[in-house]
Design a protein around this ligand. Structure first.
Ligand SMILES: Nc1ncnc2c1ncn2[C@@H]1O[C@H](COP(=O)(O)OP(=O)(O)OP(=O)(O)O)[C@@H](O)[C@H]1O
Length: 237
């Protein structure tokens, strides 16, 4: 069995007094694409932010490549090789595509795919056609691709990808799915938050389903597809 890249045990998270995550356990192994699923408000983004060290109040254990990171701040976790593409996909609007990529650049990491702007332009030909365009003059889908690319420029071992298919045109959704499959082939490990079961079925190996901050299901995509109760009760399908 492949080595475990990320292991979360008994993760609880709070916004002020509101208790949002309840004893979340999850594991991501090297080379896997794992889906974090659930309806709006289930706790997917909160789980990612908590893993990334972005929340002020959490309890539980998070281990990344064998290192305990639950008390580490986001910039330290990023430097260790964890990339995060948040839902709001902010690009630097005054910087060009190439400049945006340079901002994300980190040193090569042994055992992680190595990315250059040229390699990313092969993966996202749209971006390759506009290297000098300011980020502010791009469509939402193009900005989405740029945010993913900027994160990859950090040569991460693991990428947390928050709802890549949400709010973008169907043609971009298709490109996103192709992109994730291409990244998997390169050996990248991905934890992907997603509401859309069709999309997750296309690109993911396993899924965790959240409801009200609790993990309600854990299994392969085949097991999830076959589990009508989970799909009906906790997903919008
Ligand atoms: N900054 C915040 N302050 C207070 N409560 C928050 C905050 N952000 C999220 N919440 C609440 O935490 C719960 C989980 O939200 P979260 O964004 O993690 O869900 P999600 O599964 O990612 O859903 P979505 O698809 O809508 O992003 C929701 O009840 C939400 O209202």
């Amino acid at each position: 069995m492949q080595e475990t890249i990320l292991e979360v045990n008994g993760l609880n998270a709070f916004y002020g007094r509101a208790h949002i995550l309840f004893d979340v356990d999850l594991k991501v192994r090297k080379g896997e694409v794992v889906a974090l699923m659930g309806r709006n408000g289930a706790g997917k983004s909160t789980t990612m932010k908590a893993i990334m060290g972005m929340l002020s109040r959490t309890q539980g254990e998070v281990s990344f490549m064998g290192n305990a990171i639950a008390k580490s701040p986001p910039h330290v976790i990023s430097k260790m090789g964890m990339g995060f593409v948040p839902e709001d996909r902010r690009v630097f609007t005054d910087l060009t595509v190439l400049e945006n990529l340079e901002v994300g650049s980190q040193a090569e990491r042994e055992g992680a795919p190595y990315w250059t702007a040229e390699k990313l332009f092969e993966l996202f030909p749209n971006l390759g056609e506009m290297p000098h365009r300011p980020g502010g003059n791009m469509s939402g889908g193009e900005q989405q691709m740029l945010t993913v690319s900027r994160t990859l420029m950090g040569n991460p071992y693991l990428v947390l990808l928050d709802e890549p298919s949400e709010g973008v045109a169907p043609v971009i959704v298709e490109q996103m799915a192709n992109m994730i499959m291409a990244l998997k082939k390169q050996g990248l490990t991905i934890l992907l938050s997603e509401q859309n079961l069709q999309f997750a079925d296309l690109v993911c190996d396993r899924a965790y389903v959240l409801e009200n901050g609790h993990v309600r299901f854990e299994g392969t995509m085949e097991e999830l597809d076959a589990n009508e109760d989970v799909r009906r009760n906790y997903l919008s399908v």
